[in-house]
Write a protein of this length. Sequence first.
Length: 490
Amino acid sequence: MTRRRETAMTNSFEVNENSSVYYTDTYWNNFEIVRRRINERISGEPTRQWHEHFANETRRTFKRALILNCGNGWVERELLAHGLIAEGVGMDYAQDLIDEATAAARAASLPLTYVQANINEGVFPEGEFDLVVNHAAAHHIAAIDRVFRQICRVLPDDGWFVSMDYVGPHRNQYRLDAWEEAWELNRELPPSLRQELDYPPIPVMLVVDPTEAIHSELIVDTFHRYFTMGEFVPLGGAIAYPMLTHNARMFGAEDEEEQSLWIEKILQADDTFLAAHPESTLFAYFCGRPNKAVLEETEVLAGWSAAEDERERRAREERGGEYYERGVLATALIQFDEQRAANGLLHTRVAQLEAELQAMHSRYLYARARQLVDSKWVRTVRGMAGGTEVERRVGPGRAADEPVTARGESHPEGALSSARSALDAERRESASLDARIAALESEVAALQADRLYAAVRSLLGADLTRRVRSTRVVGTAERRLRAARTPRRA
């Protein structure tokens, strides 16, 4: 169960306690070719990493750095190894990650200490810091204004805030034009490398990790509020990130040359899209110094705080954790999933009714009596049962059509049109199932109203089975039925 921490401002922020969701080895930058491309964008050198570039630009070793949402501590260990910092303090919500980072630092006798805390409270470890590091951390922060304001307060005038983070759409709700282009390009890949493109469903993300990209699109704008930008480098990803991240086929490719050729083609498409749409970047490297003057603008700060509090309150109390209106593709896919789930219940209802009818018709006396009603013994059986015949008017159930796939493998139509086609197919299936259920319910009701069925049930209830079966009429009928079913010998 997810814990909640109440802050002094009575806000509560959910954080996933399962730290395993933050570490996998199938992201796009696990490919060497992608890492080299990112390095080159930042530093101009394929082998020079972002922190090496930052150290080269600032020309200093920072005395004491604060690392936000430090995880297992690998970032600060690398910063120490490259001489960027002399000492570091990491903070994270997950105690197991704090323990892991602490153990690694002690084993190597590194000047690193760790604090377990919820960063959304905006309370940092004690002591002075001349550098704050955000490596893939800020896109997990709900109280983005509160935290960035506190960073501005903590840093001295000559301090730095450096970031390497996802700054794309919240909850990974990628822009439609980029997704459609990735959809089309994915279709060109050989099946052995093709991604199962699945547009991130918000309801699932809220369960798996409620902090993932919670306010990622606000990171850069909020940074501008409290810091003077020293450098900003867009890293793209609008096309390449969804195509390569968690692409099991691409990661498991046996032909490395083919793999490299296709990754290069994907990255070229990504570069082209970024050049045409600079605002589309999913990732960015940026850094800056604190703007202390803004901390004196009390009315402005109060307005930002009030807006953030209201945003979080509405999401928590009125919108089930969602902040913004869903896009057209997300809406169509969620409606598809909901309709498919509803159709599953309808299929269950059909199966229940068909089983009920089968049970009703399989009653021994009624089955025999009904066949006699349909034979030349109609008058005799009617007289015995005092009933009238009710004909079955609905045939056997129609096999459900296979739904049009809305998620997963690419199809000839585009992503949005495919989702809408799938939704239409599910809605047609729903209408068909509704009609089938109505027909089956009518058949059950008619059978229950059949006086012959009622008479047989009455006989069974009176334990008169033997008496009825021993009558000459029924006995003769049964012998005729058995004879009719026994194939004659040539």
